[in-house]
Design a protein around this ligand. Structure first.
Ligand code: FMN
Length: 347
């Protein structure tokens, strides 16, 4: 495959610091409520939407997919698709809606996505992806970025991933978020595809050496803040997914490690989170749609199990509605256990 550049020259790299800490796009998880919750814990992280397909945006309820809270910035819209014209239209829509970045999914291995001929199988079609990047870049002024794997199926051929990046860098993509695993396209569920293919962080570092002018963000298997900070060595940023979702306090710790200052204490989040819950419900959300993202907030701390158990109980949530978080905090003692004598302010 040729790596020769064609089309517009690669743009000057945007501010690399903007991608220093990213929270991964996660289908069914990083919806707008989750992102607002993460923002309370991490003032600096760049947040990503769940993948939204071009079909859903162009033929479905665009507002439902695109609306977000102003506090979520910096915020990227992740698109799934492989038609340059449709992607360009969706990118324009995203820019008008106020997103800070358009990210193209070239890493999702699900069979449904493969049937739609996008996601990870696009890695086998670097020219098509480069056409998509060019079309989106021509449509918007915000950065157009790619999220990808390091290979597909069993191949460990470095030239494959290098040529993919080269083609897209030449097409004007300056930022590559690289999940440091292959995607095995046959026989594994998406979940297994996040666990079984071996992690090879060194491939991502090699990409940074080969493309020093690109912003390279390392993703995959970063399980604690110390490890994630160490993983920054030799790349421009780290993206964390499951760690941020399952143990949100670790996201706060990682933010503090990378940007300074004390980490946001989970207990300090309760009051603004309750305010957010109240506003969301006033706008028509169900309490559970916000609460479900917060079950891990006190993970590993005294009272965590009771907090999770109370909020997982549909009767508890139905009974307390917008007060459920405050009541669960009282019930579980998570604030007292941290030496916070007072309950969060009543609203
Ligand atoms: C529940 C779930 C849903 C995901 N959905 C997406 C998605 O919509 N788009 C995407 O590019 N990656 C998706 N991913 C992959 C993550 O973005 C990330 O690449 C992967 O989880 C590895 O990072 P981690 O080890 O820090 O979790 C998803 C992961 C999970 C756990």
């Amino acid at each position: 495959m040729s790596t020769a550049a064609s089309g517009p020259a690669a743009p000057a790299a945007p501010d690399a610091d903007a991608w220093r800490l990213c929270v991964a796009p996660m289908l069914d998880w990083t919806d707008r409520h989750c992102r607002s919750f993460h923002r309370l814990l991490s003032p600096h992280a760049r947040l990503y939407t769940e993948m939204v397909t071009t079909g859903a945006l162009l033929h479905g309820d665009a507002a439902r997919h695109l609306d977000f809270d102003a506090g979520e910035h910096p915020l990227a819209l992740q698109l799934g698709g492989s038609d340059p014209d449709e992607l360009a239209r969706c990118a324009r829509l995203g820019e008008r809606w106020g997103y800070d970045e358009i990210n193209l999914n070239c890493g999702c291995p699900s069979e449904r996505v493969q049937r739609g001929a996008f996601g990870a199988c696009l890695m086998a079609e670097p020219r098509l992806v480069a056409d998509c990047v060019r079309a989106m870049r021509a449509a918007v002024a915000i950065p157009v970025t790619v999220k990808q794997r390091i290979g597909i199926d069993q191949s460990e051929d470095y030239a494959f991933v290098r040529d993919f990046v080269a083609a897209n860098h030449a097409a004007g993509c300056a930022v590559f978020i690289v999940h440091a695993r292959n995607a095995w396209l046959k026989g594994l569920s998406p979940r297994e595809n996040r666990e079984r293919p071996p992690l090879r962080h060194e491939v991502v570092r090699q990409l940074k050496r080969d493309f020093p002018g690109a912003i390279i963000v390392l993703n995959g298997g970063l399980a604690d803040p110390q490890q994630a900070q160490a993983a920054l060595e030799g790349v421009d940023g780290v993206m964390v997914g499951r760690m941020a979702y399952e143990e949100p306090a670790r996201l706060a710790q990682l933010d503090a490690r990378l940007f300074g200052g004390p980490p946001v204490d989970p207990a300090a989040v309760l009051e603004p989170l309750s305010g957010y819950l109240r506003r969301a419900v006033a706008q028509g959300a169900r309490p559970w749609s916000v609460i479900r993202h917060t079950l891990g907030l006190f993970h590993g701390r005294p009272g965590a199990r009771q907090w999770r158990r109370s909020l997982s109980d549909p009767h508890f949530v139905a009974e307390h509605g917008v007060d459920a978080l405050r009541r669960a905090a009282e019930h579980s003692g998570v604030l007292l256990a941290r030496g916070h004598a007072q309950a969060p302010a009543a609203h």
